[in-house]
Design a protein around this ligand. Structure first.
Ligand code: FBP
Length: 548
């Protein structure tokens, strides 16, 4: 395989790790824990893994002889920069425990465990993937592990390969399933430990103990570089408004972080739209007002950042989507049998009056996108909904009306973009390379300490890596009960943008200035070599959140 010069140089990068992980470690137990909400229900559902203490790893004076460990690893869900380094760190950690330890990768996501598709990850394979982006070492998939038949099928291959522990690298849903699996394997006495790792570019798997999910840092830096380039382009040509949708599923963390990095003219935050109960029309007026005011200064150009999940946060749309989700969860087969040309009318006939009226008012494309297949976790695939086009079109129509009324005199030409897949497999930034390697290495320590139902955790990551704190958080601690597929389920609470948090407040304090004055920042590409203040900076979100 031909490699770029950067890839070759980057392979030699040695990830920075917490000082405690540099030699022998000992696990120190904290106090007993509780779930964030619905304590009695969660405890009942997880009798064997509820209430466990938070673990911290500290340096130990001498290494305890540990027998070789066979472990398995799974990449679950969407790609996120740094996934390979989690596996590499896990491998190095297992080998440091005992050089005869072995690591098996299950192929193409959780389905690989159930279907017994795997490969042994030997040192030569691992070395090929150090500090690389992508999940192609073993592939990823979105199969949901939720049936006992799947757990039992998985157990067959785990026993056959003498695997003591399974590491599942995934987002909130995959880590929830990892915990269900941990509970099942503990309850049935099979002894297989299950450890999770917090992955997702969306940044929505975080809480008091998990500072950030890996991949968020790199993905935001990639998008911010390109947004910066677009801003410089539009500030040069001065003739386009760019509507840029950013991935991130429900949460607006990516849009907010990119706004903090690039200072666009408008950035919509879904969580604020919901809190203020804004309608689609309110959002159109908000954007069109900025366009019109800038036009008065002769500035017929600008940038608008739109979070991928916006549509679901407009309260009326949310009610519509919830009813659609429930209805389609129970009538999927019936709906699929209906001729495509009849589907819109069919849906309208099945919805309550309020939702049917709203659904009928949507442009054909958006209406169709709302009924497309849900992902395996029952979520609308928001990345398929072209909100950027919807907003650009509606703003254009509104400006045309204002022009006719004599309220607006500018020129409006829009271009639309969607940035998501471009960033998910980027070579991890130093932050993600270090963080991921440390997460993987810590997972090996949790395995050696006999833990199950834990998520690997690295804290204090705005400090230099040597001061980072490695440990494990019981997954049940992050859980609450939520409605999924029409049923109440225990799930890890999704972290949305907090309107009273420092990142949003910083944005809110500056957005009027960014809207009407051209205050663009051009972050440039991720730097892998050079001064630490250029190469090792965290996201602005993390820096603001941790600056307590
Ligand atoms: P995860 O939640 O699995 O990390 O995936 C994140 C994500 O990139 C979302 O931002 C996006 O909505 C979704 O995946 C796209 O899914 P797919 O890769 O299946 O198209």
């Amino acid at each position: 395989m031909t490699k770029s010069t950067l890839q070759i140089a980057r392979a030699a990068y040695e990830p920075k790790v917490p000082a405690a992980l540099k030699g022998a470690v000992k696990a120190v137990d904290g106090a007993k824990t509780q779930s964030v909400a619905d304590q009695s229900e969660i405890e009942k559902l997880f009798p064997n893994t509820y209430g466990m203490p938070v673990i911290t790893f500290e340096s130990a004076s001498e290494k305890v002889e540990t027998p070789a460990i066979n472990a398995g690893v799974i990449l679950s869900g969407g790609q996120a920069p740094g996934g390979h380094n989690v596996i590499v760190g896990l491998f190095d950690g297992l080998k440091a425990i005992n050089k005869d330890s072995r690591l098996y990768g299950f192929l193409m996501g959780p389905g690989g465990l159930v279907d017994h598709n795997y490969m042994e990850l030997t040192a030569d394979i691992i070395d090929e993937y150090r500090n690389t982006g992508g999940f192609d070492m073993i592939g990823s998939g979105r199969t949901k592990l939720e049936e006992t038949a799947q757990y039992d099928k998985g157990l067959e291959i785990l026993k056959q390969l003498d695997i003591k522990a399974l590491v599942i690298i995934g987002g909130d849903d995959s880590n929830t399933n990892a915990c269900v699996l941990a509970e099942y394997y503990k309850a049935n006495g099979s002894g297989v430990q299950v450890i999770g790792c917090p992955k997702t570019i969306d940044g929505d798997l975080k809480n008091e103990q998990i500072e950030t999910s890996f991949g968020f840092d790199t993905a935001c830096k990639v998008y911010s570089e390109v947004i910066g380039n677009i801003q410089r382009d539009c500030n040069s040509a001065r003739k386009y408004w760019h509507f840029i949708k950013l991935m991130g599923r429900s949460a607006s963390h990516i849009a907010l972080e990119c706004a903090l990095q690039t200072q666009p003219n408008v950035c919509i935050i879904s969580e604020e739209v919901e809190a203020k109960e804004q309608s689609l029309d309110d959002i159109i007026i908000q954007i069109a007002t900025v366009v019109a005011k800038r036009a008065e200064q002769g500035n017929n150009f600008g940038t608008v950042l739109i979070p991928e999940g916006l549509i679901e946060f407009i309260p009326a749309m949310k009610r519509l989507i919830a009813e659609l989700n429930d209805y389609l969860a129970h009538h999927e087969a019936e709906f699929k049998n209906i001729d495509k040309t009849e589907q819109r009318a069919y849906i309208i006939s099945k919805l309550s009056k309020e939702n049917a009226d709203l659904y009928a008012s949507l442009p054909e494309g958006v209406a169709r996108q709302l009924t497309l297949d849900r992902d395996p976790h029952g979520n609308v695939q928001v990345s398929l909904i072209e909100t950027e086009k919807l907003l650009a079109e509606m703003v254009s129509n509104r400006l045309a009306e204002w022009k006719a009324e004599g309220k607006y005199k500018g020129k409006f030409a829009s271009l639309v973009h969607f940035f998501g897949y471009e960033g998910r497999c980027a070579a991890p930034s130093n932050y993600d390379a270090d963080y991921c390697y440390s997460l993987g290495y810590t997972a090996s320590c949790l395995i050696a300490a006999g833990k199950t139902g834990y998520m690997s955790s690295i804290r204090n990551t705005t400090a230099p890596a040597s001061e980072w704190i490695a440990g494990g958080i019981p997954v049940t601690m992050m859980m609450n009960m939520e409605k999924r597929h029409g049923e109440m389920k225990p799930v890890i609470q999704k972290a949305l943008v907090k309107l009273d948090g420092a990142p949003f407040k910083t944005f809110a304090a500056n957005r009027d200035n960014w809207a009407f004055n051209t205050e663009y920042v051009y972050p440039g590409p991720i730097q892998y070599f050079g001064p630490t203040e250029v190469c090792d900076q965290t996201t602005k979100t993390l820096a603001l959140e941790q600056a307590k």
